[in-house]
Design a protein around this ligand. Sequence first.
Ligand code: NAD
Ligand code: FE2
Length: 385
Amino acid sequence: MQLRGNWNYPTAIRFGAGRIAELPEAVKSAGIKRPLLVTDPRLAAMPMVAGALDSLRVAGIPCAVFTEVRPNPVASNVEAGVKALREGGHDGVIAFGGGSALDVGKVIAFMAGQTRPMWDFEDVGDWWTRAEPSGMAPIVAVPTTAGTGSEVGRAGVITDEATHVKKVIFHPLMMPKVTICDPELTVGMPPAITTGTGMDAFAHCLEAYCGASYHPLADGIAVEGIRLVKENLARAVEDGADVEARAHMMSAAAMGATAFQKALGAIHALSHPVGALYDTHHGMTNAVFMPYVLAFNRPAIEDKVARLSAYLGLKPSFDAFLEFTLDLRRRTGVPHTLDGLGIDDDKAETIAAMAPDDPTAGGNPVPLTRTAALRIFTDALEGRL
Ligand SMILES: NC(=O)c1ccc[n+]([C@@H]2O[C@H](COP(=O)([O-])OP(=O)(O)OC[C@H]3O[C@@H](n4cnc5c(N)ncnc54)[C@H](O)[C@@H]3O)[C@@H](O)[C@H]2O)c1
Ligand SMILES: [Fe+2]
């Protein structure tokens, strides 16, 4: 089967190996004449960014590059980017990279049209309606990792350095106008990043599926996303140049972010404060918490997870799914406990207090109280399932 297509859900997606060559056309179709390409410094030094800039130059599209993006990006990255966008007279953003660069690029494009401060648009209630949509710059997204799905999402995750809180900035129009999913861009990802990002996609699908609300569309996308992770993540980790496995993981990432408009849950609610306080990789942090959260949620999700297991070709039981998760973690090099990420019990109380306030906590099928968060955190420290 040729792993290629033009999809229109949830936005215009040009999917397939080599399709980065269509970047100039994608930029034009998004109505952008003077793009600002937002990426991180490591990617900026890689041939794929030089190649993208070359293709734009050949097509006569003037483009500047902004690289002040750190992993777990912070507000000052966005502020500097908005300044660069305005001063350079740019009318759109090419968000090019992993979740960090995609999120910063998207939020720069969003903030270009706002007069209120960024934190006024945190994903709380209907705060997004405070935004002025007319000045927002259009976005073309090019993911180079397969995990966050930010390329098809309506939010950006930015850390508030003052309070060490990861905040979600949301607006429906932050959805990229065009996304190019070219799996060849991900072949250079080192195994640890392949694992971390792939486990993020897995966590998105899983938390969406386990959420208690009624959203069968999201459920359908999530279960197929999990199947793609099951069949392809270990393959992509073992052989980074396996473009077929890379392509399926890239789909799983987009599917995760499409499905999690239904819900996320305790994996993300714990992972966000840990990432903000310890600067750990987001997806890898999710991967560590995953089985402990599954075990905690078990009473609410047992039947549902058994059904998922059957779809995956496993024995139709919760235990079979838990065992599969543990096995996938082992095969892809995920530490079993938090000390593998350099985390001890020093900030346990702080994290347990922050997790229930994270915007993703509300989607967990079992209420995530402070006591519950402390229990899961301690389980993940001690390896208690
Ligand atoms: N917007 C959303 O919906 C959403 C969802 C989940 C996570 N996130 C956020 O996304 C961020 C994590 O993104 P990520 O996991 O993609 O990591 P990342 O963007 O921080 O990238 C991790 C590292 O991988 C490198 N890298 C990226 N692509 C590469 C490639 N093809 N080859 C070699 N190296 C490459 C980067 O330069 C960086 O050093 C976190 O801040 C997280 O909170 C956002
Ligand atoms: Fe995530």
